[in-house]
Design a protein. Structure first.
Length: 329
């Protein structure tokens, strides 16, 4: 009788863990959906530059996330995070990679086109995260993740790359631009892994997001000052800046951090491939953009791969546990 009770208890714990894991994946998908709105919203920011938009996003978002963490339990999570000196190098590394990810992507977009830069950056990030996970955990990513990631990256390439066939203004693959896009993908993968390590270590997700983005905002202040910032003085510009900073950055990365409680960084970066899909749909609905058959096929493949990744998977026995995050050793 005691054995049956133990099995039921273990089964109940695993069922609860699976529910939490699905919730974490949903948080990350919502975050990626919010990020997917940034390109459409930015088209309404007359007079802005890509770098000034990136800088104001991180500065406002960093202040929001840091303030939210400081207000949560009177800053207990932040104090706990910084009390452990092992966390200091990770916070510094995470902040640097956030700034590098933003800057490298927008410079790459300027050199090789937005479409190519997006495909290379977003498509390479899951692969880089998988390699980092392999190096730090000494284990290979799951087959399900590999298949879903391959399908999602292929769908992303079809979705965005189909627009290059006509030789538009975004066409081209300038080598330095490709290299910078790969650097951006690597930087994002490192950020996601660092955040996952800190959260898996037991740090509060709000504190991790606040510390990383609050620190990353500092080097981007000179970037904002040096760039064209007159658009921020208009009513429309100020509203756009607040939306990008508060909603897409503050809200998006808070959801992303919460999702990392129960979602490995490898899976999380694959789920963020939903971002270009949302951007494509918004482009059709709000900007009268049209998707051809190849792009629509890519959108369908991308969606199917992401759905397959977050769908619950049958456990082989009651003793299995759901993996959460990466361990950096």
């Amino acid at each position: 009788m005691a054995q049956h009770t133990s099995v039921r208890h273990a089964s109940g714990k695993n069922s609860s863990a699976r529910v939490r894991a699905r919730g974490g994946g949903a948080d990350i998908l919502v975050a990626a959906s919010l990020w997917g709105t940034t390109g459409t919203v930015r088209t309404f920011a007359d007079g802005s530059s890509a770098l000034s938009v990136a800088a104001i996003r991180i500065i406002i978002g960093g202040l929001i996330l840091l303030g939210f963490a400081a207000a949560s339990r009177r800053g207990a999570g932040l104090r706990h995070l910084f009390r452990d000196r092992r966390n200091w190098p990770l916070v510094g590394l995470g902040a640097v990679t956030i700034a590098v990810y933003q800057a490298a992507f927008f410079v790459a977009a300027g050199r090789t086109g937005v479409a190519v830069a997006t495909v290379v950056t977003i498509g390479s990030a899951p692969a880089f995260t998988g390699v980092i996970g392999l190096a730090t955990r000494r284990s290979a990513p799951a087959r399900r993740w590999a298949l879903a990631t391959a399908g999602a990256v292929a769908g992303c390439a079809l979705l965005i790359g189909s627009g290059l066939a006509g030789g538009g203004e975004d066409a081209g693959a300038e080598p330095l631009g490709i290299a910078l896009a790969l650097l951006s993908g690597l930087a994002y993968a490192v950020y996601a892994t660092v955040a996952s390590v800190l959260i898996t270590r037991g740090e509060e997700d709000r504190a991790v997001a606040g510390a990383l983005f609050g620190t990353a905002a500092v080097p981007l202040i000179p970037v904002l000052i040096a760039g064209p910032a007159g658009w921020l003085a208009t009513g429309q510009g100020a509203l756009i800046a607040l939306y990008l900073g508060v909603v897409t950055t503050g809200g998006g990365y808070l959801l992303f951090a919460r999702g990392l409680r129960t979602t490995p960084a490898t899976t999380a970066t694959t789920l963020t491939l939903a971002e270009p899909a949302v951007a494509a749909v918004l482009g059709m609905v709000l900007l009268d953009e049209r998707l051809g058959p190849v792009a629509l096929a890519g959108l369908a493949l991308l969606a199917a791969s992401l759905v397959g990744l977050v769908m619950p998977m049958r456990r082989r026995n009651a003793g299995e546990h759901i993996q959460a995050g990466n361990k950096l050793v």
